[in-house]
Design a protein around this ligand. Structure first.
Ligand SMILES: Nc1ncnc2c1ncn2[C@@H]1O[C@H](COP(=O)(O)OP(=O)(O)OP(=O)(O)O)[C@@H](O)[C@H]1O
Length: 347
């Protein structure tokens, strides 16, 4: 286990700067996710921690040691990629042993013990003699994970390791990753573009936007207190609506472009033009009642839930609701939301 410190990391490819000064302190044993859209620079950052990519400026420390210019094999890290490339002609056990052999770590007997322990950690002890092609995709993924942890690295780097798996397997592997992390306590940096994955796995999420840290915090903080419009929209895909906060008869209200209003919490002190972030899952719809009215454009059936795409004051608005509601296209519905769940973002 080790702590990792990134200080003012910058990266340019040619004239294009993709990382603009990233500083992060990752505690020993922490599970941190780098979350962001495609192209925001998360893989590049991870590859720099691994030593697979040079930094343009800045420093990387692992356990207090400056590793900025050290090659990967001197950093005590292990990395697992989306494409996990097992060697097809080697057995599962030999694949897992491979990094130990390459680095000449320990005697044959010691290597055997480590391989056994790593395979047991990922619950594949019984398949040690199989070849990769005799395994399912999920089992192959677990072999790759065993191969990553077998050398007992100080830091584990995971680059979208679950993105090739189907939904069900992915959930199983998420649980497994949580359990393995709890058992081994490895400092882990996990790259993902999937907010649910980041929310469910991490001690802390670092949300990246165009090569900068947009916000960082615990999953609860990131989900419940998004600091910016970008964060609100990215996490929980909130609706962002322009509005103006004015004083209503019973306290502050947000007035939309068409004059309809939505009650806010009494303590909201801001007045004037803002953006409101309304989570899809926080909105409830009813056929009548008081509150702003929106027009249903499309209903998307999602099994357990429905997603309604509506229009409010000329802007698209989405809501995720229980599937027992049935509103038709073109129908006007009344919106309700707990005022405490409304986030006001200053323009
Ligand atoms: N070797 C390279 N040469 C030039 N540009 C690169 C190189 N590697 C990455 N980039 C660019 O740097 C930016 C960040 O890429 P990076 O792969 O880190 O993004 P990402 O957030 O991991 O995206 P994804 O989720 O799609 O992998 C992108 O615009 C990409 O095109």
């Amino acid at each position: 286990m080790a702590n990792v410190r990134l200080t003012n990391i910058r990266k340019s490819f040619g004239k294009t700067q993709v990382l603009h000064g990233i500083s992060l302190d990752i505690a020993s044993g922490e599970f941190i996710s780098l979350l962001g859209a495609s192209g925001c620079g998360k893989t590049t950052l991870l590859r720099m921690v691994a030593g697979l990519e040079r930094v343009t400026a800045g420093a990387i420390e692992i356990d207090g040691r400056d590793v900025t210019s050290l090659p990967p094999e001197q950093r005590d890290i292990a990395m697992m990629f989306q494409s996990y490339a097992l060697l097809p002609h080697l057995s599962v056990a030999e694949n897992v042993r491979f990094p130990l052999r390459m680095r000449g770590m320990g005697t044959r007997e010691e290597q055997r013990e480590k391989v056994k322990a790593a395979l047991e950690t990922v619950q594949l002890g019984h398949l040690a003699e199989r070849k990769p092609r005799q395994l399912s995709g999920g089992q192959q993924q677990r072999v790759a994970l065993a191969r990553a942890i077998v050398s007992q690295p100080k830091v584990l780097l995971l680059d979208e390791p679950l993105s090739n798996l189907d939904a069900r397997l992915r959930e199983d592997m998420q649980v497994e990753l949580i359990e393995i992390h709890q058992r081994l306590g490895l400092t882990t940096i996990f790259v993902t573009h999937d907010q649910e994955e980041a929310l469910s796995l991490s001690d802390r999420i670092v949300l990246l936007n165009a090569g900068k840290v947009e916000q960082q915090g615990t999953p609860d903080e990131i989900y419940n207190q998004p600091a910016t419009g970008f964060a609100s929209n990215f996490i929980g895909s909130a609706n962002l609506l322009p509005a103006e906060i004015i004083d209503g008869p019973q306290g502050p209200v947000a007035r939309f472009d068409d004059g309809q209003t939505l009650a806010l919490e009494p303590q909201v002190a801001t007045r004037g033009k803002v953006t409101l972030a309304l989570r899809q899952e926080d909105l409830t719809l009813s056929a009548d009642g008081t509150g702003p009215r929106a027009r249903v454009r499309t209903r998307v059936f999602l099994g357990a839930r429905n997603r309604y795409v509506m229009t409010l004051a000329g802007h698209p608005l989405r809501a995720l609701t229980a599937n027992d509601l049935e509103f038709g296209n073109g129908q006007d519905v009344t919106l309700a939301i707990d005022p405490a769940r409304i986030r006001v973002i200053h323009d």
